[in-house]
Unconditional design. Structure first.
Length: 102
C-alpha cells in the first residue's frame, strides 16, 4: 500500500511539471465518476492553469485529453519504491478523477 500525500495549491504547477517529466511514457488509466475514461495508454503530461488563467487541469494521454474544471484538491500516492502510482484530483463539484500509472 502506498503513501498518499496532499499537494498544496501553491505547488500545483511546479509539482505537476516535475510529475509530467518524471512519468512521461508510463502506461496510464484515467477514472472519473467511477468510470474508466481511457485505459493503458502512454502518459504524456498534466498541465494546470491557475485561477487567473482559467483554473483547469489537463491530463494528456496518448493523443487523448481529459479536462478537470476548477480543481480544489490534489493528492499523490507513492509506492515503497518511490514510484507514483496515482494522482487524485477533486474538483469543485466533488468529482474525483484518478490518473493511475502502471
Amino acid at each position: 500500500m502506498g503513501s498518499r500525500g496532499k499537494i498544496e495549491n501553491e505547488h500545483w504547477q511546479n509539482k505537476l511539471q516535475a510529475f509530467s517529466s518524471t512519468n512521461k511514457g508510463r502506461m496510464a488509466t484515467i477514472v472519473a465518476r467511477g468510470m474508466t475514461i481511457i485505459e493503458n495508454k502512454a502518459f504524456n503530461c498534466v498541465i494546470y492553469d491557475p485561477i487567473q488563467k482559467g483554473n483547469d487541469l489537463v491530463l494528456a494521454i496518448d493523443g487523448f485529453v481529459h479536462m478537470v474544471d476548477e480543481p480544489v484538491e490534489m493528492y499523490i500516492t507513492e509506492e515503497s519504491n518511490d514510484m507514483v502510482s496515482t494522482l487524485e484530483i477533486l474538483d469543485q463539484n466533488g468529482v474525483i478523477t484518478f490518473l493511475r500509472l502502471h
